[in-house]
Write a protein that binds this ligand. Structure first.
Ligand SMILES: Cc1cc2nc3c(=O)[nH]c(=O)nc-3n(C[C@H](O)[C@H](O)[C@H](O)COP(=O)(O)OP(=O)(O)OC[C@H]3O[C@@H](n4cnc5c(N)ncnc54)[C@H](O)[C@@H]3O)c2cc1C
Length: 300
């Protein structure tokens, strides 16, 4: 079957197509086995073609951003992985809205808004994902969520229809946007306020410093592993049950931020997942708190 997935992808688009790519190369935690096929459509026509063939041939699809919120299992991903990071990176401002394509990095989006003297996106500087991934995850930091700034999201449906939905009609929750599985986010429109460039830059600088101080950003990780439960920050509970610095193979609970698992070099997804299960068990047994996963686990 894997062979068919590959054959069906050969020569399908002009955009880059990779075969048997270790997902550790495409994810920030640097774990994960091979994806059969990774397609980088160059434009909307190519993306439509990919979705159409996948639907017709019943090929499992996974939409990848920059892989910064993912744990891909060690046997990898069967079917097609589709990335918009090469063909969907435009951004412009029409005087009212900033429109950013899904493959643009959040980092570049913030830089663009700074250039335009628009305020609001500063907390997102330092979140290493894409606009598409940020919207799909309802990314947030320092009390601001992307849902607070987005005016509308444009999706491509599997039948090729393009649909723009205003944010008031979308279902955002903590680190989640609910939408039907095969839909692809192709762009978002953001409404931002005018601001003074120096103040925006000052805010960006202060958020970056805070991040550097509190997060192990020099190591491969997938960001926060668990959502903060209503009882308080997940990291606090993990620290209180004595797991800071605890390791399994080369996967380790960060000394700097207990809600981060870092890869010390050659960690496997299995080690990371066992560590997560251990955290869940200890925090539940000792604190009576059920931690919910923020990272998404994919593959086999
Ligand atoms: C050091 C570090 C710090 C981080 N700090 C934060 C933080 O402060 N706040 C925060 O919220 N997150 C944080 N994260 C997590 C992560 O960066 C965010 O969740 C980010 O928004 C994920 O974007 P991505 O492009 O990497 O998505 P991926 O990890 O590639 O994908 C995440 C999910 O989004 C889906 N998706 C991606 N693109 C699309 C699309 N175009 N259409 C449909 N679905 C799509 C994927 O299928 C997947 O289910 C951090 C991660 C790291 C490594």
């Amino acid at each position: 079957m894997a062979r068919d997935y590959r054959k069906l992808a050969e020569g399908l688009i002009e955009g880059r197509t990779l075969f048997d790519v270790p997902m550790r190369q495409l994810t920030s935690l640097r774990v994960g086995g091979p994806a059969d096929v990774v397609l980088f459509p160059k434009n909307l026509e190519e993306l439509k073609k990919v979705l159409k063939i996948a639907k017709r041939k019943k090929i499992p699809l996974f939409i990848l951003g920059r892989g910064t919120n993912l744990i891909v299992k060690d046997k990898g991903i069967r079917g097609w992985v589709v990335s918009l990071t090469q063909g969907f990176r435009r951004v412009f401002f029409d005087g009212e809205f900033v429109e950013a394509e899904a493959g643009l990095s959040l980092h570049q989006l913030v830089q663009y808004t700074i250039q335009k003297g628009l305020a609001g996106m500063e907390p997102f500087f330092g979140i290493p994902g894409t606009v598409g991934g940020g919207l799909a995850m309802n990314a947030g930091a320092w009390g601001v969520e992307i849902k607070d700034l987005v005016h509308s999201i444009t999706f491509l449906k599997e039948d090729g229809e393009i649909l723009e939905r205003e944010s008031s009609k979308l279902h955002f929750s903590y680190r989640c946007l609910s939408f039907p599985n095969p839909w692809v986010i192709i762009r978002g429109r953001f409404r931002l306020k005018r601001g003074r460039k120096e103040e925006i830059l000052e805010a960006v600088k202060s958020y970056s410093e805070r991040r550097r101080r509190t997060q192990p950003i020099e190591y491969p990780s997938a960001g926060s592993i668990f959502k903060n439960p209503k009882e308080g920050p997940a990291g606090k509970w993990i620290e209180e049950v004595g797991l800071k610095g605890f390791r399994l193979g080369q996967a380790m609970i960060s000394e700097r931020h207990a809600n981060f698992i870092i890869n010390q070099g050659k960690a496997t997804a299995e080690e990371v997942l066992h560590l997560m299960e251990w955290i869940e068990k200890k925090v539940y047994e000792e604190k009576g708190i059920s931690l919910e996963r923020e990272v998404r686990v994919v593959g086999e």
